[in-house]
Design a protein around this ligand. Structure first.
Ligand SMILES: Cc1cc2nc3c(=O)[nH]c(=O)nc-3n(C[C@H](O)[C@H](O)[C@H](O)COP(=O)(O)OP(=O)(O)OC[C@H]3O[C@@H](n4cnc5c(N)ncnc54)[C@H](O)[C@@H]3O)c2cc1C
Length: 486
């Protein structure tokens, strides 16, 4: 037996060195679970100067806002909900995302009656998807269009021009749910791989933000914002890993951007699919196996960004629970020819729970990526122009505006993942991303976690957390079965 094999076989839960790359939801879940399971030598390396990743709660206006994850999506089978359900931390979000106004670019507000009917026919396709999509060969966009126009025939009184404008905005909204650039790249079948947790889908974190959940996982003291709870001494910030060398069968070597080298017996990589797509060829030495590369290339992630505008007083009239922008064709043509073209994908603006003076907007796709490159002044100028163009009342200048840049940030390179028609074509999926790289004795060496690697709850925090736990359990099982053999 080689000396390396002897060394590795002598490792125990107390001595095995586990390095987790990325301190987002998956990394924090993996680290806390490993410590719970009796592992001692656990180190989280995080590129940013903060933990949380795509959970990023910051102080703003009257309390906090979430730049990334904002809602706990569903109750049944949701590990986030399970953890907090008795703590009175969550609240059902007001129905702004259903009752919002539909406004055209000539300031015409669609009547309540028509708006309800249009939203109804769009939503009607959702339950049918479960039964119809498994055999549907096209994209989610094709499916929705087909259903929409069939349903619309049943409502002859509705003006087709308005119906078309609404369909456009419905596409943008649904694309934001998927984080796709457009719905024609979302796989119809693949869309069903995602499981909705039953129960309320938009549970907000009141004045605490999503960060509260991660702090609970870490058992961090609520009155001490800097406290890392059980992760104290296990986290290194500003440690961007530029190379993970998993050659051979012995220890793995990680190189930080500043040249520092860290060794490990096991590495759990939780970086986003966006980072993997951009970096995998350089990040892993030797190159990853073909199936893993296929998963990285085949799975997709897009850009969803948010705007937050803080005003002196609530900016919308009391009977305005937010609004969607419906573009008249001639206005859209003009917009597309102007430098404000990116506003085409800023599709909706809504109030924020527990923040009466804040208006939140959403933008998706290539236009979001373009917006990220503009200065804040230019972005605000654009948004104010949009408000003037659409709204039949004046919106005052905000006190402050903030926008997210999830794609421009090299530690994320996008928002969250979905299954595309390309994923189908490559016959790949989360299972290929999840598969650990292990040695011939079945010892996991390089493991993968993170939302993209969840087969059913990808794109969510509860999914990311489950993947972190999954990889912690994998190591636990390995050490337990080894002890049993000895
Ligand atoms: C705008 C937006 C809205 C969202 N809304 C919701 C929502 O309402 N509800 C919901 O459930 N989910 C939502 N999500 C999705 C959710 O935030 C993610 O699925 C989840 O947080 C992902 O966690 P993760 O640990 O997989 O990845 P991440 O949070 O991305 O963690 C990975 C970590 O790795 C670090 N990293 C990257 N590269 C390196 C490197 N080379 N070296 C070291 N560290 C590195 C990153 O900085 C990051 O901290 C939203 C996301 C966004 C962007």
């Amino acid at each position: 037996m080689s000396s390396a094999s002897v060394r590795l076989l002598s490792k125990t839960k107390q001595t095995a060195r586990i390095v987790i790359v990325g301190a987002g939801s998956a990394g924090i879940a993996a680290a806390t679970r490993l410590l719970d399971l009796g592992f001692r030598n656990v180190l989280l390396l995080e590129a940013e100067d903060r933990i949380g990743g795509r959970v990023h709660t910051i102080p703003f206006a009257d309390n906090v806002i979430d730049l990334g994850a904002q809602w706990c999506h569903g109750e049944q089978g949701n590990v986030v909900y399970d953890r907090v359900k008795d703590l009175n931390l969550l609240e059902v979000t007001a129905d702004h995302y259903e009752t919002n106004k539909l406004v055209r670019s000539n300031k015409e507000v669609i009547t309540e009656d028509i708006a309800v009917q249009l939203k109804g026919i769009a939503d009607n396709s959702i339950p049918d998807r479960q039964t119809e999509l498994p055999d549907f060969e096209g994209s989610l966009g094709d499916y929705i269009n087909k259903k929409y126009w069939i349903e619309l025939k049943k409502l002859p009184a509705i003006d087709h021009t308005i119906a078309k404008e609404f369909l456009e905005v419905f596409h943008k909204f649904e694309a934001s749910v998927e984080a796709a650039d457009h719905l024609f790249e979302v796989s119809g079948k693949g869309h069903l791989e995602y499981w909705l947790c039953e129960g309320e889908l938009l549970l907000n974190w009141k004045d605490k933000g999503y960060k509260r959940f991660l702090r609970l996982l870490m058992k961090a003291k609520e009155d001490q914002p800097e406290d890392l709870g059980v992760l104290k001494g296990h986290v290194l910030l500003n440690k961007r890993i530029s190379e993970i060398n998993w050659q051979g069968a012995d220890e793995l070597t990680l190189r930080c951007w500043n040249g520092e080298v860290i060794t490990a017996d096991h590495v759990i990589c939780t970086v986003s699919l966006g980072v993997l797509k951009e970096q995998h060829e350089k990040l892993f030495v030797p190159a990853l196996p073909a199936a893993k590369v296929r998963a990285i290339e085949g799975l997709k992630l897009g850009t969803v960004d948010k705007f937050f505008l803080e005003f002196e007083n609530p900016p919308l009239p009391g009977d305005w629970p937010g609004f969607n922008c419906l573009w008249l064709e001639k206005d859209l043509e003009e917009l597309r020819a102007s430098e404000l073209f990116w506003l085409e994908s800023a599709f909706g603006f809504y109030p924020v729970s527990w923040q009466p003076r804040v208006l939140q907007g959403w933008i998706i796709g290539p236009h979001a990526r373009h917006m990220e490159t503009l200065t804040e002044e230019k972005v605000l100028e654009g948004l104010m122009w949009l408000f003037r163009k659409f709204l039949p009342f004046a919106i005052p200048q905000p006190l402050r505006m903030l926008r997210t840049q999830w794609h421009a940030n090299p530690n994320f390179r996008g928002s969250y993942t979905f299954r595309s028609t390309y994923t189908d074509a490559l016959r790949t999926g989360a299972w290929d991303l999840e598969a650990p790289l292990q040695d011939v004795g079945g010892r996991p060496r390089l493991q993968f976690a993170g939302e993209a690697s969840h087969k059913h709850y990808y794109s969510t925090v509860h999914g990311a957390v489950e993947t972190g736990w999954r990889e912690a359990e994998r190591l636990h099982l390995y050490y337990r079965s080894r002890t049993a053999q000895l």
